[in-house]
Design a protein around this ligand. Structure first.
Ligand code: SF4
Length: 357
């Protein structure tokens, strides 16, 4: 951790970029930049966690509160297929009334109607919430979710995996150790996962590096044949109209240079995580393109729909055509992939969405 902090603070940007790029070439020698087509659909916006950076949730009983119904899923899934997608990223709030059977019934129904659809669902804080509601164990909850159709578990809700930070910004969510324990349990069940970090708010530089070391340590304990964390995705806090900004005056002051340094340091600190993703959604196209020369090898999904980060100000959008143009303009060959990082062919009948928001 100390060495990471030292390099982050002291090494010239170009040296960090060079090192990140060389390590990326070792991990991902094919040199292609992967990307994905999926859609973030929210199961419910009802949440009792009250994260201070979240503009998406509504308290129980609020007039805007919703639980997505099956006809809406059908419409969104069919649109997703039209736009070339193969997966829903399915997440929502910590609804106090929705236990394990709600999710297992939902996943089984979606899989029975759309057997080719992949479900990248929930995140450790939601698994922790369901476990608490059911008075069960992480193992039992994850096993049931997997059996009902969960294909992979996103690394959502990690923010910074240090409890001092979590108490300040997301104290209604599980603590850092529980987040890590759930991921380790998922690895033991051979559920593919990813890891994230949301930075640029109240954390110190040391805490960012503590986070990276914790991710590396959990990955080092995964069973030999498990995929574990397939990717690491650092992204910046979006501060438009959030409580954290309005009440505590916390703003995201991350500069482009700082983001690129964090990408390079993620590659350096995580030799056991193969894919490092640049978050174009939060930092924009140009900075994300530079990250491809600093250790990142993946551009993530075009996200046909995204409501959570966008609600706090993230304005950037790609279609299947413009994301490939951006990767090519950065000097790389784009390659469509699925959540397991297996390559896909772009469907012949793909339609380009109209970005009108
Ligand atoms: S980030 Fe998630 S857990 Fe936190 S308030 Fe928003 S919906 Fe709830």
């Amino acid at each position: 951790m100390e060495e990471g902090v030292f390099l982050f603070n002291e090494a010239p940007l170009t040296e960090l970029m060079y090192l990140g790029d060389e390590l990326r070439k070792k991990q991902v020698p094919h040199g292609k930049v992967t990307w994905q087509i999926d859609r973030n659909v929210n199961t419910t916006n009802v949440c009792i966690a009250n994260c201070k950076f979240c503009n998406f949730y509504r308290i129980p009983g609020h007039p805007d509160a919703y639980i997505t119904d099956i006809p809406t899923y059908r419409k969104k899934i069919e649109e997703t297929f039209t736009y070339g997608g193969d997966q829903l990223l399915l997440q929502g709030g910590h609804h106090p009334g929705l236990g394990l059977s709600f999710y297992t019934n939902l996943f089984s129904q979606l899989k029975s109607e759309y057997p080719n659809l992949k479900l990248h669902t929930l995140g450790p804080p939601e698994v922790a919430h369901i476990t608490k509601l059911e008075k069960s164990t992480h193992h039992e909850v994850l096993k049931a979710l997997k059996a009902s159709g969960m294909d992979s578990l996103p690394g959502a809700g990690a923010e910074i995996l240090v409890d001092r930070v979590r108490r300040l910004i997301s104290k209604g969510k599980c603590g850092s150790q529980e987040w890590l324990d759930i991921m380790h349990e998922a690895h033991k069940l051979n559920i593919t996962t990813s890891a994230t970090m949301m930075f640029g708010h109240v954390e110190t530089i040391e805490e960012r590096f503590e986070h990276l070391v914790k991710i590396r340590e959990v990955q080092s304990r995964k069973p030999e044949n498990a995929k574990g964390f397939l990717a690491f995705i650092p992204w910046t806090f979006q501060d438009v109209d959030t409580l954290l900004t309005r009440i505590r005056g916390v703003q995201n002051l991350t500069t482009p240079e700082e983001y690129i340094r964090m990408i390079a340091m993620s590659r350096i600190m995580l030799p056991n995580v193969k894919n490092i993703q640049a978050s174009w959604l939060t930092v924009g196209k140009q900075i994300a393109q530079l990250c491809l020369h600093a250790g990142a090898n993946d551009f993530g999904s075009i996200m046909i729909e995204e409501n959570v980060v966008s609600a706090a100000g993230a304005p950037h959008r790609f279609t299947y055509r413009t994301i490939q143009e951006a990767i090519q303009a950065a000097g790389f060959e784009p390659q469509l992939r699925n959540q397991q990082y297996e390559w896909r062919k772009i469907p012949e009948a793909i339609k380009e969405q109209v970005v009108d928001y």
